[in-house]
Design a protein around this ligand. Sequence first.
Ligand SMILES: Cc1cc2nc3c(=O)[nH]c(=O)nc-3n(C[C@H](O)[C@H](O)[C@H](O)COP(=O)(O)OP(=O)(O)OC[C@H]3O[C@@H](n4cnc5c(N)ncnc54)[C@H](O)[C@@H]3O)c2cc1C
Length: 503
Amino acid sequence: MPTSRRQILAGLAGLPLLLGKQPAWAGAPGQSGKQSLASESASVVIIGAGLAGLQAALLLKQAGIKVIVLEGAKRVGGRVYTASWLENAPEFGASQIGRSYARVLDLCRQFNLKLIPEDRNLLTMASHIRGQWVNAADWAGSPVNRMVGDERAVQPALVGSQLMGRYNRLEGPTDWLDPAFADLDVPLNELLRRHGHSPEALNLANLSATGNDALSASCLSMMQEQTRGRLDARFGNVELGKEQRPYGFDNIRDGTGLALINNIEGGCERLPQAMAAALGDSIRTGKTAAAIDLTGTKAVVTCIDGSSFTADRVISAIPFTSLRRIAIDPLPQGAQAEAISFLGYAHTTRAFGTIVEPFWDDGIDPSFYTDGLVKMFWALQKRPGDSHHRFMVVMTGAAASRIDQFAPDEGLAMIEAEIARVRPSAKGKLRFSGIFGWQNVGLIGGCRHMFAPGQVTRFGKTMIEPFRQLHFAGEHTRRADFGMEAALESGERTAIEVMDQVG
Ligand SMILES: Cc1cc2nc3c(=O)[nH]c(=O)nc-3n(C[C@H](O)[C@H](O)[C@H](O)COP(=O)(O)OP(=O)(O)OC[C@H]3O[C@@H](n4cnc5c(N)ncnc54)[C@H](O)[C@@H]3O)c2cc1C
């Protein structure tokens, strides 16, 4: 008799903890993982050991189902990646855990991972637009601000998300899939035109859209995330207004429970590492799936090194950017094939470092947003005990793609030179520790999925339907959640899908 979802979730609490017995695959990048035999079989083969694949594997293992997880990289965790070898151990990927992250919070509890309030509050933020500086407090009345009416109050870095938010009619986390909202499956540029916004608002929205730009992303896709984020912010009935700043909320840590935003002590990557440890020798790192044969009663996954894995069911827990490089026989058809080949992805590149000496004696706010090469420079508040401020340069969309064209050292040198050019007072006062761009990670190819205009309507619902013995997980197959929760949600859904199909 198949195990019920409730039994499995309850049972997860009992998974053995192997932390402390560090397996080879949990090590630093570059270490080699466990080698598999040339041919193996399991009830379920999962491709990808990000949070989605790991969650599916944990649930199936708990149900007594034999799973093998194939991970192309030498490490598990995918987009959860703590750069522990860099100064201040920055997070290249996910770090923020909201209070409504039921699955992440539950896993942290099971694996004894301590949650700590995030310490990444921004110092105030100026804007550098068309070569001119404007502090946040002066923006609404500045002649540099060419927007009109109530647009003028919106800071340049927030024009995309805040103006879009005005027209976001979604209330529930799955509303985005309701055909009643299909009129929002359009580019931000079109939405803002429809509502009569000024040319300058359109221009700034293009630079600051949460997708890559105001043309290539669907508002519905961005609104799904925005709506889920609003639910998270409301969770726990905290009075957010008190702490609101132009660029968001101060993190609330009142000692009575979870903060608004939490991190995992020691780095977010400890979560996938703990999940993988609980899976023991089910994980095969260094195994890049190249082909999936669905023509027989059993499915066969073949890796680039020639090894093959036979299973009753296969879960693809990899981004479509990677799945589209795998030879699937027979090919999925129609809208699902279109989704695999053409689902959009957004880009993020971040550079990290330490502010050796404050440079804001030039009268300009410490953090800044520019319409040039460097999109956002976040000067971060000192944490208790910190001797220096940290900083993060956050580039998204075309700005990320521009830097990602270059080798990391070259990219960093360009960013440093550009900051020194636009903000001479910062010259020589920043110590860069590293840079990381997600579209350059071959097995992932982007920061997150981002439906292009029209794609939600065409295949948002149907793209996750199982195709023969193949099931689809990963953050891009979310229904209701976002971020890490979306990956876990999808792992849970596919585990339940395959449970009925295997013995
Ligand atoms: C910069 C950044 C910041 C983020 N910040 C947050 C945050 O603060 N909070 C939050 O909740 N979320 C955040 N996220 C989102 C979160 O990281 C992701 O939603 C989640 O980790 C995705 O998990 P996944 O399992 O779907 O995919 P992935 O993590 O991408 O896992 C896919 C895995 O599959 C492997 N793979 C790919 N192709 C193959 C193949 N052919 N064969 C074998 N293996 C393969 C990859 O190597 C990878 O390990 C952030 C993401 C980024 C990039």
